[in-house]
Design a protein around this ligand. Structure first.
Ligand code: LLP
Length: 470
């Protein structure tokens, strides 16, 4: 008899009553099964998406992105209004940026946070007003800063003393005035359920609280720099409000002392709001988070007798994460005997760590469902793996899937909207998949897939018309 401790399934993974069900938290609201048991997204069968665009395929539910953007905006608007201030929501483009997504979120009233010259160009190409962009990064080059100032970017989040001097030279040369925030490290680290508070942090972003006052004093000396406040981001995939509260309280201490030297009109508390990747993840609803974080700031301001600043936030994952579903085709299956009669079934799909690096990079968990039909078999402990030449190339480490899954079936992995396409690579010369938006029964390519020819075109050793010209 096996004890639970011997089981190859992790404790959190429950055997589903229905191995074809779609747990609401991890799928876009439009996900359903049609009369034949085929997964549909925005009313389109996964089988027709796969037939039209091939696999792997990243499908983004446009309404889901728009709904989440609206939900964030209205939750923070309400919470800020109730506490006598305003709140702006910046979509953190690093989660997944292309011109279509940029237009959707701006349409829903969000600003955008970019963190490289490349992301800046995507937002500009989408026609986003430069004034509604924020620019992050610990190593923005002079060229990137010049471009940002030249286009009239709304805010630059300053990350180092060297960057202040670079900006001082640029604004002097171009005779411009640039709004800046100063990024500080509050010493609070938050990951999922826990947070860790330290006095000193050994990391690359921002200014330690103790050094920020000097940085702000220097900015205030420079005519072309308009100091607008502090910025702090404590981590990603955070559940609950305790970490945000602790961090806000530490940052407000500095904010209050900076008020003695001049105005400090705003405060940006970053992003990091967690989402569900498996059915056991239970993120706090955004309405609760917004209300509690904003009232924590209001309490902190009241306690110090200072006015409430204008607030901003930078969610990335929580806007696009649950809107993405990756479709793969199963190529091979293999049963691995684990001893004592236990078997793990390996299902190899036609993508992997090149389109979703998160399991390999962070040990991230995902879930999966059979998409091309409903399974008829019993739940079988399975591991979905990619086609890369690496044993850590795992897509879904632990999942119960019907034991009749076979080569040619489609699998769908939900919650792949954030940090999957944006972290994609060409490892093993595997082309990156197309990205398709779905809405109201229609699908549109928003990012073209790569071909092998695209990949070969960068190899300077292959004679081609382009190579001749070089
Ligand atoms: N603001 C700043 C300054 C950030 O550094 C980040 C994320 C965000 C906002 C957005 O955080 P979000 O709301 O998306 O959690 N690749 C990792 C996540 C890296 C997050 C980097 N910074 C992952 O796949 O889990």
């Amino acid at each position: 008899m096996l004890s639970p401790a011997d089981s190859p399934a992790p404790e959190w993974l429950v055997v589903p009553d229905d191995v074809n069900d779609l747990a609401t938290a991890v799928w876009p609201a439009s996900a359903a099964r049609d009369g034949d048991g085929v997964l549909t997204l925005a009313g389109i069968p996964a089988t027709s998406l796969a037939q039209t665009y091939g696999t792997p395929l990243l499908v983004i539910d446009e309404d889901q992105v728009r709904d989440r953007a609206r939900a964030f905006r209205s939750a923070f608007d309400r919470a800020a209004g109730e506490n006598g201030t305003t709140a702006q929501v910046y979509y953190a483009g690093k989660a997944f940026l292309c011109t279509s997504v940029a237009r959707w979120v701006v349409d829903e009233g969000l600003c955008i946070d970019v963190c490289t010259g490349g992301e800046l160009e995507v937002a500009l190409a989408a026609g986003v007003a430069p004034a509604s962009l924020g620019f992050h990064g610990n190593n923005k080059s002079v060229a990137e800063l010049e471009r940002a100032v030249e286009v009239g970017i709304g805010t630059i989040i300053v990350d180092s003393a060297i960057e202040i001097e670079r900006l001082a030279a640029i604004v002097a040369r171009t005779d411009s005035v640039q709004r800046v925030l100063v990024r500080v490290i509050s010493g609070v680290h938050a990951e999922t359920h826990e947070f860790l508070a330290t006095a000193h942090e050994d990391q690359k972003f921002g200014f330690p609280l103790a050094e920020a006052e000097e940085a702000v004093a220097r900015i205030r000396e420079i005519d072309g720099l308009d100091f607008a406040g502090l910025h702090c981001h404590i981590g990603s995939q955070i559940f609950g409000v305790a970490g945000f509260r602790e961090s806000a309280s530490r940052v407000l201490e500095l904010h209050a002392s900076l008020l003695e030297g001049g105005p400090v009109p705003s405060l940006n508390l970053g992003g990091g709001f967690g989402i569900a990747y498996t059915r056991v993840d239970d993120p706090t609803p955004i309405e609760t988070l917004a209300a509690e974080i904003v009232s924590a700031v209001a309490e902190g301001c009241a306690a110090r007798g200072i006015p409430m600043p204008a607030l901003s936030f930078e969610p990335g994952r929580a806007i696009v994460g649950a809107a993405g579903v990756t479709l793969y085709e199963v190529g091979t299956t293999k049963d691995v005997e684990l001893g004592s009669g236990m078997v793990r079934r390996y299902l190899s799909v036609d993508g992997g760590m090149s389109d979703n690096a998160r399991p390999a990079l962070y040990g991230a968990q995902f879930s999966a469902r059979l998409a091309s039909r409903s399974g008829i078999g019993a739940p079988q402990l399975s591991r979905v793996v990619g086609k890369h030449c690496e044993s850590g190339d795992i897509v879904v480490e632990h999942e119960y899937l019907p034991d009749d899954v076979a080569p040619g079936d489609l699998l769908a992995v939900p919650s792949t909207g954030a940090y999957c396409a944006s972290l994609a690579s060409n490892y093993n010369h595997v082309p990156r998949p197309p990205i398709v938006a779905v809405r109201d029964g229609r699908s549109t390519v928003i990012v073209r897939g790569e071909s092998i020819a695209d990949i070969l075109s960068r190899d300077a050793g292959i004679p081609s018309a382009d190579a001749e010209r070089l």
